[in-house]
Design a protein around this ligand. Structure first.
Ligand SMILES: [Zn+2]
Ligand SMILES: [Zn+2]
Ligand SMILES: [Zn+2]
Length: 316
């Protein structure tokens, strides 16, 4: 049964105040966890064991759907190990064939990089499962080379389950109907591929999505400059770790991700001035901001920021 997006249970406070235009493209959040998900395999920490006991606390791995109601098309940002559940979620708002397999569950995929949380889900498009036909897959040239030359991904390319489309960083391209995407590289542990961030520009709003990055200090161009140059309204940002206290047995200088507290220090003036809305995503299982009633979550909300939740929607 097709359900209207408007019936999705959670409407993002980030979008509050934006006119809700039923025909406008929108982002639907499909997951908010770091690559290992929540609960993480084999982990019995307080967050993981609580999520194992209570399914409402489970978080799928960070991913977004871009939905265009006019054409009923969906583009996925990142294909996570939780892709089967995330396709189920897409089926709650997008038409799909009833009584048979949906071999085109998305109209395209954009990938940030080759860490497990961001591309392993492509495997479900292969011969052993959905056996899709030519799903456009936008990637950096280095990621394209990695997928073409390493199994099992090379089989997806060879059998035509996916069609690689190389993104030129900094060059915007149109997904459809005036909705454009611009990718640019961000510093990150680039063992297999480089890592992209995406600017998604709709008719009303512009989103910056950076699920995984090294500290903002490592960016060649300051984040605040990028936000201004791209006229970003909404930023969904890497919140892998909240603060140094979170990992008492680790050397903080070795944590390359920007800490949530540092991100808030950097962006609070823009948020307070009403120039930018920020949502946090890609939370590690250790992150105290996972606790919906905890002090970290309260501190985030008190400063005008938000932790995004699965099912949240953002008008573009
Ligand atoms: Zn990641
Ligand atoms: Zn855990
Ligand atoms: Zn990564």
């Amino acid at each position: 049964m097709i359900k209207l997006l408007a019936l999705l249970p959670l409407v993002l406070a980030l979008a509050a105040g934006a006119p809700s235009t039923p025909s406008a493209p929108r982002i639907v959040v499909l997951g908010t966890a770091q690559d290992g998900g929540l609960p993480q395999t084999g982990c019995d920490c307080a967050h993981c064991s609580a999520a194992r006991r209570n399914p409402a606390l489970v978080r799928h791995v960070a991913s977004l759907a871009i939905y265009l109601p006019k054409t009923d098309h969906v583009y996925l940002i990142d294909a996570t190990p939780d892709l089967p559940a995330q396709i189920e979620k897409i089926h709650t708002f997008r038409h799909h064939p009833e009584g048979k397999t949906d071999r085109a569950p998305v109209d395209g995929v954009l990938l940030t990089h080759a860490h497990i949380g961001h591309y392993l889900g492509l495997a479900h498009f292969g011969f052993e499962s959905l056996n899709t036909k030519g799903i456009p897959t936008w990637v950096s040239p280095r990621m394209a080379e990695f997928l073409r030359t390493n199994g099992p991904w090379s089989q997806l390319v060879r059998l035509g389950n996916i069609t690689l489309r190389e993104i030129q960083p900094g060059q915007p391209f149109e997904l459809e109907d005036g909705l454009t995407v611009k990718a640019f590289p961000v510093p990150h542990r680039d063992e297999y591929t480089d890592t992209l961030a995406f600017v998604v520009r709709g008719p009303h709003k512009t989103l910056l999505y950076v699920p995984d990055t090294d500290s903002w200090k490592a960016w060649p161009r300051p984040l605040t400059e990028v936000l201004a140059a791209e006229k970003v309204d909404l930023a969904l940002l890497d919140a892998t770790f909240y603060s140094p206290d979170e990992l008492p047995d680790r050397d903080v200088s070795k944590i390359k991700h920007p800490l949530v507290t540092d991100t808030m220090d950097l962006l609070e003036p823009l948020v307070k001035a009403g120039k930018l809305r920020v949502g946090f995503t890609h939370l590690n299982h250790s992150n105290p901001a996972l606790d919906r009633d905890g002090a970290a979550r309260k501190a985030i909300e008190a400063r005008g920021f938000r932790v995004v939740e699965e099912g949240d929607e953002l008008d573009l």
